[in-house]
Ligand binder design. Structure first.
Ligand code: NI
Length: 157
């Protein structure tokens, strides 16, 4: 497994922290559409997704072909009151979870990267594919956050 991928995974926290560093509360809570997430909600989502992601990666590492369940991310955001949760603490938790997971990933050897879990929607996923998904997950949401900021700027003119 490439060290670059683990480094990219590790950098996710700093990239997110930098992305929201200068944002006002109003910008954090701005929703670009009725069913669209605010940047605040995206941050809380990223922490919850990380909980799930680390659970999945640990299961794949420790168990043989575990079943990986899907979850309804919009139901989590609505039912768990993401907009009222503490995004700052969510981001800290995200960073702490990644920093705890990095040494685990660094200790994975050779063929163990091909260990597999069976995702109920995506089918078989190897550990390396899961790690890639969680690296790209942050990339995707950083791009989304940039679109929300643009919408906010247009809306505020
Ligand atoms: Ni997501």
């Amino acid at each position: 497994m490439s060290k670059e991928l683990i480094a990219a995974y590790s950098n996710g926290y700093e990239r997110l922290k930098e992305a929201i560093r200068t944002l006002s509360e109003e910008e954090m809570h701005y929703k670009p559409g009725h069913n669209k997430w605010s940047i605040h909600e995206i941050i809380v989502h990223l922490a919850d997704a990380e909980l799930v992601g680390i659970h999945r990666m640990k299961r794949v590492l420790a168990e043989d072909n575990p079943a990986l369940t899907a979850y309804d991310q919009d139901a989590w955001a609505n039912s768990l009151g993401y907009s009222g949760q503490d995004a700052g603490r969510s981001l800290e938790l995200f960073g702490l979870m990644r920093s705890m997971m990095v040494p685990v990933l660094e200790s994975v050897e050779g063929a163990d990267w091909d260990r597999c879990g069976i995702h109920e929607e995506a089918g078989p996923l190897t550990l390396s594919q899961l790690l890639e998904r969680y690296v790209h997950h942050v990339d995707g949401h950083l791009a989304q956050m940039e679109r929300v900021r643009e919408a906010y700027r247009e809306h505020s003119v």
